[in-house]
Structure formats: structure tokens, C-alpha cells
Design a protein around this ligand. Sequence first.
Ligand code: DX5
Ligand code: ZN
Length: 233
Amino acid sequence: MPDTAPAGTPRRDAGRPGTLRIAPSVLSADFGALAEQVGEVAASADWLHVDVMDGHFVPNLTIGPPVVASLRRHTPLFFDCHLMMTNPGDYLSDFADAGADGCTVHVEIGGTAALLDQMRQLGLRAGLALNPDTPFEAVAPFLNDVDLVLCMTVFPGFGGQSFMAEVLDKVRQVRQAVDAGSLALDIEVDGGIDAETAPRAAEAGANVFVAGSAIFSHPRPWEAAERIRASIA
Ligand code: DX5
Ligand code: ZN
């Protein structure tokens, strides 16, 4: 039986906002053996990060709802779906039906308020992402309406790029606003995260760490995930 929750019902627990989370990104996993690869990190992962690329918002294509639904049958992990798409609104209900727990849309595409509303109606945890060159001010108006802010630490589209340290100032701005408003939300970083860069992002205020190549290019992926966790703790 697919482990999919009907829209509007509580989903897998995301955990307490603001706590340390390691989210391996399957983008760097072997797509021909996805279930096994996820099994290799399951015990060391808090969330599973699923990168969805539409060939339009970013110049790359990856996976969509059918793969999410297939993976859902193999793991109870919280699915953190990062939608690098120009028109995510057309697919949110498909992701919800497929077993996504949280979806994150990019602020650059516009229509943010309606998309956040749609995610809520579907019972999804709602995230908002911003590219490295998008200023904090773009997400500031929505901080009361999101569960997660994703600060991209590379330009989205590909795994294996170098961490952009200049994004850390923006992470600090988000952290400051979250603390000042006592907001219950997660601050996620994604791109070039490993045991060297994760502590720098943590120091700036991030609490969710997405890592693709650092984890899945390691011969023992769980060990790489634990190394990142230890580097922060
Ligand atoms: C990039 C994706 C990332 C990617 C990160 O567009 O959003 O989630 O998997 O990969 P690494 O950790 O290799 O930078
Ligand atoms: Zn991502």
C-alpha cells in the first residue's frame, strides 16, 4: 500500500522548527537504485530532500510526482520537495497525493501568496526558496506564512557546485527576523554543504542542511551524513 496521506490530513512529523536537520538530496544518488540509496542514509537522515527541476526555471530535468510516489513506498522519511519550477501550482496537488510532506517554491516566480495558500489547503508544509542573488526583502513579507525559508547557497540546477559564502549574510538576516518575531520556522541551506561549510551556515543561523554530492558520492553515505551532523553539533 502506498503510504500517502489524503490531502488535508496531518503528514509525517517535520520535527520542531529550528532544530538541527540533515536532509540528504537524492539529486546526487544513483537514480537507477534510488530506494536502496535512500535506505543507505535513512538512519542518519532527518528529512529526504527531493529536487524537482522543470527544464525551464532551471536548465535541468529531474524527477516528478511518480518518482515521489514510488519512493514513498520504500521509506517513512519526511519528504522535503524543492520545486525548481516556473509553474509549481499546477503540480502541488500531484506532489501532495504522491506523498510529499513539504514543498518549497521559489519566490522569484511570483504569485507567492497564492502558492503558499494552496500548499496549506493541501496539508503540505510550506517553504519559500530564494536564489543567491535574490535579496532578503523578497521573502520578508511572507515570513509569518511559511514553515521554511530556503537560502540557496549555489545557483539551482546542478549538484556538486561550490558553496557561496556570500549568502551567509542573508542567512543572518533571515535568522535575525525569525528570532525577533519569535517565528516557528526552519532556515534551510542547499548547495555545496559538507562538513566544512555546514558549521559556517549553522553559525549564520541555518538549522536544516541539504547535502547531495557530499553524502551520495561518499562510499558510505550514512557516514558522510553523520560527519556533517557532528560538524555542527
Ligand atoms: C541544486 C539542488 C541541491 C543539490 C545540492 O540545484 O537544489 O539540492 O542537490 O547538491 P550539492 O550538495 O552537491 O551541492
Ligand atoms: Zn535542493
